[in-house]
Write a protein that binds this ligand. Structure first.
Ligand SMILES: Nc1ncnc2c1ncn2[C@@H]1O[C@H](COP(=O)(O)OP(=O)(O)OP(=O)(O)O)[C@@H](O)[C@H]1O
Ligand SMILES: [Mg+2]
Length: 350
């Protein structure tokens, strides 16, 4: 933890730049965002600020002259603002404006692009480990189709031929379903719009896909689903989160144990839990597992990006993820989404 007080920052402008800055700075514990303001009451960053419980100011002067602001960040894009600010801010307050704030905005955008690319790269790396599972699942129906087709070439009875042709159709449908699941999993998340996602269906879908990456044969699967649990977000990204959590859980159990999937709404807060009875995580590593590239797998086996990407996706959906673990007994990853009302009402205007 930092030994000095946090830097107090005021953000001017709540368009795309202000929104991206909010998302980035609010994750940094040495920075306190004291407030944001915009001339346009419908600017997207103001809504985002309310979701994050960051005060929204109607008057710029109320924000920049109070609260012991150390730094005013101007992302209004208004060329006249820099001069206005120099007359208004108190001595001792720094101003980031003009070209400096433009460069900052470009860096923030670059960072967001990198995060998206990292998510996709990790997904593609993961698909490599699916290859054996996919080959197996496609090979089974193919062998069946081959056997049936050989029979048909020698069969004279029309009714039997008809039945065997039906079986071929079913086998082809099974392989098509495998290809469909994997295509939807590997595509870029941005290809689908955000919407209401049914958690239980998404967990089941993830379980189907995780089957290609890990052996579930000797794993007991327990489900404890509350009906109608939904959360707003990108369905592909959430699918990726669940596949990663399930894969990690099964890998920790070395193919034997109990995997528990739970959904619940507790006091209006939506929770999703993925638990395993695997090796557990040593206490001293708990702070590192969400770091990029942290892995305890042998070189070439894991990217160490799974949990890092999960954390980013969940934060983007305004949720949080936590872990409880005991070595030798197992781990529980809990994702929590705030109540819908918290996300839309936010804090009152000062
Ligand atoms: N359910 C779990 N039980 C025990 N340890 C876990 C569990 N989930 C994650 N870990 C630990 O956290 C580390 C990081 O996980 P993460 O998913 O980010 O990367 P990885 O699984 O090592 O690599 P990849 O996801 O690319 O296969 C793992 O190497 C493991 O040590
Ligand atoms: Mg992983």
């Amino acid at each position: 933890m930092p030994s000095h007080p946090p830097t107090k920052v005021a953000i001017l402008g709540a368009g795309r730049g202000g929104t991206a800055l909010l998302d980035l700075l609010h994750q940094i514990c040495t920075i306190e965002i004291v407030g944001i303001t915009d001339q346009n009451p419908n600017a997207p960053g103001l809504q985002r600020a309310r979701e994050l419980n960051i005060p929204v100011y109607e008057r710029m002067a109320d924000l920049i002259r109070n609260h012991g602001v150390n730094l005013v960040m101007d992302v209004t894009g208004d060329p006249a603002m820099e001069r206005v600010l120099h007359t208004q801010v108190l001595t001792g307050t720094d101003i980031l404006s003009g070209p400096a704030s433009r460069i900052l905005w470009e860096l923030v955008q670059h960072q967001s692009t990198l995060q998206t690319e990292l998510l996709h790269a990790e997904k593609l790396a993961g698909i490599g480990s699916f290859a054996a599972g996919i080959a197996h699942d496609i090979n089974n129906p193919l062998q069946l189709i081959l056997g049936l087709a050989e029979n048909i070439t020698e069969e004279r009875d029309f009714d039997t031929i008809h039945l065997q042709a039906q079986d071929i159709i079913e086998a082809v449908k099974r392989t098509t379903a495998i290809c469909r699941d994997l295509t939807s999993y590997s595509r870029r998340a941005s290809s689908l719009q955000d919407g209401e996602i049914a958690m239980n269906t998404k967990l089941d879908e993830a379980l189907k896909i995780a089957r290609y990456a890990v052996v579930l044969q000797d794993i007991e699967i327990r489900k404890s689903y509350q009906p109608d649990v939904t959360v707003k977000g990108n369905p592909d990204e959430l699918l990726h989160v669940f596949v990663n959590l399930i894969t990690n859980a099964v890998q920790a159990m070395e193919s034997r144990g109990t995997l528990t999937l739970e959904t619940a709404i507790v006091d209006g807060v939506t929770q999703v839990r993925v638990s395993d009875t695997g090796c557990g995580i040593p206490h001293e590593l708990l702070g590192q597992i969400f770091e990029p590239f942290f892995t305890t797998k042998p070189p070439g086996k894991g990217t160490g990006l799974g949990l890092y990407n999960i954390k980013n996706v969940i934060h983007h959906m305004h949720g949080t993820i936590g872990v409880a673990s005991e070595v030798g007994r197992g781990s529980t990853f809990t994702i929590t989404f705030p109540r819908a009302a918290d996300a839309s009402e936010g804090s009152p205007r000062p």
